[in-house]
Write a protein that binds this ligand. Structure first.
Ligand SMILES: Cc1ncc(C[n+]2csc(CCOP(=O)(O)OP(=O)(O)O)c2C)c(N)n1
Ligand SMILES: [Mg+2]
Length: 655
């Protein structure tokens, strides 16, 4: 290693260890072990521009091993992002710019929130898909306007996660050659040696998935690391570079799992300094290091960005139309203004809400060119697909991503597409299998990303497929997740409105929409304005009501009939449709009280777990057991979701 590389890497190691020890919390192992990898990436390859943090063609860097946050914060500090030494000294403290794991939208330069292992590497596949699509769409001979790389740092744990296998398998199939994964291979993880749990051959494994594999046997050799990255850049496949490192390099307990996640005692930091022959003052990057980053990250990056701006300027002269469209993508300038082609449903017409969902999505996709996504091998059931054919090496401009039965990666990839910028990602599957992808929806919610998740078969009315396919508790799961807008529309009118809301610009939350397998009537009483408010009164009885029947989804029609039966008996109940608890909670107290008057006794009705409704209702008719395999016509009677059964239940428990 050159002396300047040594000086840079040693300062990252020592300052990193000191910051973690000061914070009394953090992960020194990866900082000491992987410092040369990221130093090499940042100073010799990564094209980022501190002058323009959101430069569209910047390389994306994903720290999938989010526990290495300290290393990333130091690199961003040295790379000219507004993270000061005082912020580093506040590592992991309350309100700091440098929280425990990297948080998107919180710290400048952080491309994605990471921490749950595997999410980063899976989302990086989405970033690479977005980059490849945009490159295929806009690049011209001699004008590569979108040609950035996506770099990932991952560890042993990331690669053990199932989501990584799903995502890498798809990335290999799709030939995403701009994706370069740097694998911090140190044979150690939190509880001990990797060998205690893994014996597979990484090289054969990734090659079998269609990846290019490279190995660097000395993770302290910046030149070798750099050479491997250079080779990877010319690959026709995604590349994994396995870089052998020593966890906690330089610490007395290096090579042991004890250095993974415990701050080093003061005397160990002293030993580290001695081992590295490092004599700078505490918490200090030497001027030589700062200058080196100034030249090799900041100036280099800013100049690559300037050149890109010149290229794009020349492009705008030569390719006026394409440039205009490129700007549409870059600034998300697409809005659905013409709604005239949306499917029309007469009152009383019958259609399953999944079919409505599919048709509305088809219309939206044909009008918004930046919408891309697909289904986990369930388009035939969910009706959800992207436009312009199947995306892949044969058709890089296809916008239908066939994710295969890879739900977890699908959702994380959708986040990656959305994070990339320029494109809107969506995905879909059976609602019951939302369990398989929930962690990625949680990530979207934490990041305030408008990723879109569309599900069909949203209740036990799935029927014959039985309890494994009949969702019960999933509605509760998403309603309980902060910052997730779950819509459960009742009919075609509500579904159309929910879809338009989901694609609205400026949403700072993910949207989950569930739909029915069975056909439902398009009702006269539903409307888009009500959907936007989350809940609204859809029926008032013949005399002043003292009750409210609160419901959503396909149970709305049934609930209306119950209210009419009550009315005939001289019992007066409003009916409220509540497609989105999330949006309802955002309304004024006055509006909420007008929908759910305080003096009403409220009964909620939904074919799902009763729990979320107790927030609003005095009594809940739900389903708090698993489903049973049987044709749908038996389901309603089996669970007491008939007009008579609901009427009786009301009389017994609410009246
Ligand atoms: C999904 C998930 N499971 C568990 C953890 C807790 N965790 C964080 S790092 C880690 C060890 C991972 O080992 P490795 O990737 O080899 O990291 P190293 O110890 O080499 O730094 C574990 C279990 C997590 N962050 N995410
Ligand atoms: Mg490890």
């Amino acid at each position: 290693m050159s002396s300047i590389d040594t000086n840079c890497v040693n300062s990252l190691r020592v300052v990193g260890a000191e910051l973690i020890t000061k914070a009394k919390s953090g992960h020194p192992g990866i900082v000491l072990g992987a410092a040369p990898i990221l130093h090499t990436l940042f100073t010799r390859h990564l094209n980022i521009s501190p002058n323009d943090e959101n430069w569209f063609n910047r390389d994306r860097f994903v720290l999938s091993a989010g526990h290495g946050s300290t290393l990333l914060y130091m690199l961003l500090h040295l790379s000219g992002y507004p993270i000061k030494m005082s912020d580093l000294l506040n590592l992991r403290q309350k309100g700091s710019l440098t929280p425990g794991h990297p948080e998107y939208g919180h710290t400048p330069g952080i491309e994605i929130t990471t921490g749950p292992l595997g999410q980063g590497i899976a989302s990086s596949v989405g970033m690479a898909i977005a980059g490849s699509y945009l490159g295929a769409k806009f690049n011209k001979p001699d004008y590569d306007v979108i040609d950035h790389f996506v770099y990932v740092l991952c560890g042993d744990g990331d690669l053990q996660e199932g989501i990584s296998q799903e995502a890498m398998s798809l990335a290999g199939h799709l030939g995403l050659n701009k994706l370069i994964v740097l694998y911090d291979s140190n044979d150690i993880q939190l509880d001990g040696e990797v060998a205690q749990t893994n014996t597979e051959n990484t090289e054969l494994k990734v090659k079998a998935m269609g990846w290019n594999y490279l190995k660097v046997s000395d993770g302290n050799d910046c030149d070798e690391i750099s050479k491997a990255i250079d080779t990877a850049k010319h690959s026709t496949k995604p590349t994994l570079i396995e870089i052998k490192t020593i966890i906690g390099y330089g610490a007395p307990n290096s090579g042991e799992s004890s250095v993974h996640g415990k701050p080093m005692p003061e005397e160990d930091v002293k030993s580290l300094r001695k081992f590295l022959a490092y004599n700078e003052p505490e918490y200090t990057f030497p001027d030589e290091v700062k200058n080196y980053y100034n030249e090799n990250v900041i100036k280099r990056g800013n100049s690559v960005c300037d050149n890109w701006n010149q290229t794009v300027h020349a492009y705008s002269v030569l390719y006026k139309e394409e440039y205009k469209e490129l700007c549409g993508f870059m600034y998300d300038d697409f809005e659905l203004t013409d709604l005239s082609g949306l499917p029309v449903y007469e009152v009383g017409s019958k259609e399953s809400t999944r079919k409505v969902m599919g048709k509305v999505l088809d219309y939206i996709s044909s009008n918004l060119p930046n919408v891309i996504g697909g289904s986990a091998d369930l388009t035939a059931s969910t009706m959800v697909k992207g436009a312009d054919g199947i995306y892949g090496t044969q058709n890089p401009l296809g916008r239908n991503i066939k994710f295969g039965v890879r739900e977890h990666a699908m959702a994380a990839i959708t986040n990656g597409i959305t994070l990339h910028g320029g494109m809107r990602g969506f995905c879909s599957g059976f609602f019951v299998f939302s369990d398989y992808l929930k962690p990625a929806v949680r990530q979207a919610a934490i990041m305030h990303l408008p990723s879109l998740f569309f599900f069909s078969h949203d209740t036990v009315c799935v029927g014959e497929d039985g309890p494994t396919h009949q969702p019960v508790e999933q509605l509760t799961m998403f309603r309980a997740t902060p910052n997730v807008n779950l819509f459960r529309p009742a009919d075609a009118t509500e579904m159309t409105a929910a879809m338009l809301e989901a694609f609205k610009k400026g949403n700072d939350y993910p949207t989950v929409i569930t739909s029915s397998r069975q056909a439902v009537e398009n009702l006269a009483c539903t409307n888009a304005e009500g959907v936007k408010k989350g809940a609204y009164v859809v029926y008032t009885p013949s005399k002043k009501a003292s009750y409210t029947l609160l419901t959503c989804g396909t149970e709305l029609q049934l609930t209306l009939e119950v209210a009419k039966k009550l009315d005939a008996e001289g019992i007066y109940a409003n009916v409220v449709s509540m497609p989105s608890m999330f949006l309802f909670e955002r309304q004024s107290q006055e509006y909420k009280d007008s929908v759910l008057p305080k003096n009403h006794k409220i009964m909620a009705i939904e074919m799902g777990a009763s729990m979320p409704w107790y927030k609003y209702a005095d009594y809940v008719k739900g389903i708090d057991e698993f489903g049973k395999s049987m044709p749908i016509n038996y389901i309603f009677g089996e669970y007491g979701f008939t007009v008579d059964a609901l009427y009786d239940e009301f009389m017994k428990n609410v009246k």
